[in-house]
Design a protein around this ligand. Structure first.
Ligand code: HEM
Length: 235
């Protein structure tokens, strides 16, 4: 979120859009392509905002203290998630910013699932079915973060495989597997978490807590790598 605000927001505000290409993109800024550039910039900026709006929704203290803010921020999250997903589809399938068939398929499925769970989260909230709402909103939140998990996953896979002499390029099997895992694995772990929460036995709760602890450490390691290799060099 911080990097997006500084990098995309900074160059957007100073009007020097050409500087956006100071870091690698699939297509990025193209002089004269007003429609493509605006979709690209809106997608990236709102992509940062949606992760912030979603994270706010997860804090129980804030939810209890300011319920009206939770409702309005929830609506904001759902609307921005829709806009980011639809601009993402446009960038991929109309502008042609593609990395390969496997990657296109994975990000498109990720996008379709976001649309589905955003709709279900909104509908269950309107019906005041808060148990269902919690599940669907958490699924939408994890799916929105799929693009982030993808970056972490690729960096971690690169760190593990580089010493073995294996490079991870965009069409490699590793990239495609990590792409599908970037949203499939979080969804599967969420189901385990929700089931463990409903289980009367302590075993599944401890096992899920352990799994979440390990994954949190992996996320931390991937985030540190992203900071070092993907963000700081371009600020
Ligand atoms: C809703 C969650 C999403 C978020 C938070 C998000 C966020 C972002 C961000 C921040 C970038 C810029 C990346 C960079 O600077 O390296 C980006 C690029 C991109 N996104 Fe998304 N995105 C999301 C969903 C999608 C979906 C569902 C698609 C396709 C169906 C998509 C397609 C793209 C494409 C093609 C680019 C590359 C544009 C280029 O490099 O020229 N995104 N996204």
């Amino acid at each position: 979120m911080g990097f997006i605000a500084l990098f995309y927001g900074g160059h957007g505000l100073d009007g020097n859009l050409g500087a956006l290409n100071g870091k690698p993109h699939i297509t990025g800024y193209v002089p004269g392509d007003v429609m493509g550039n605006s979709q690209f910039l809106a997608h990236a900026l709102l992509g940062g905002l949606v992760t912030f709006a979603g994270a706010w929704q997860l804090l129980p203290g804030l939810r209890r203290r300011w319920p009206a803010l939770h409702r309005w921020n929830g609506r904001l999250f759902l609307v921005i998630a829709l806009v980011v997903t639809l601009t993402g589809f446009w960038l991929t399938w109309v502008r042609g910013s593609q990395l390969g068939t496997g990657s296109n398929l994975s990000i498109s499925l990720n996008g379709l699932l976001i649309l589905g769970f955003v709709g279900l989260a909104w509908r269950s909230a309107r019906r005041r079915d808060f148990a269902a709402h919690r599940g669907h909103a958490l699924r939408a939140w994890l799916l929105v973060n799929g693009v982030w998990f993808l970056r972490i996953g690729i960096l971690l896979a690169g760190m593990v495989l580089a010493p073995l002499g294996v490079t991870v390029d965009y069409t490699s099997a590793t990239f495609v597997i990590v792409s599908f895992a970037s949203w499939g694995l979080p969804l599967a772990v969420l189901e385990l978490y929700l089931r463990a929460g409903r289980s009367p036995r302590p075993g599944p709760k401890y096992a899920t807590a352990l799994l979440l602890g390990v994954l949190a450490l992996a996320t931390l390691a991937g985030s540190a790598a992203a900071l070092a290799f993907m963000w700081l060099p371009y600020l």
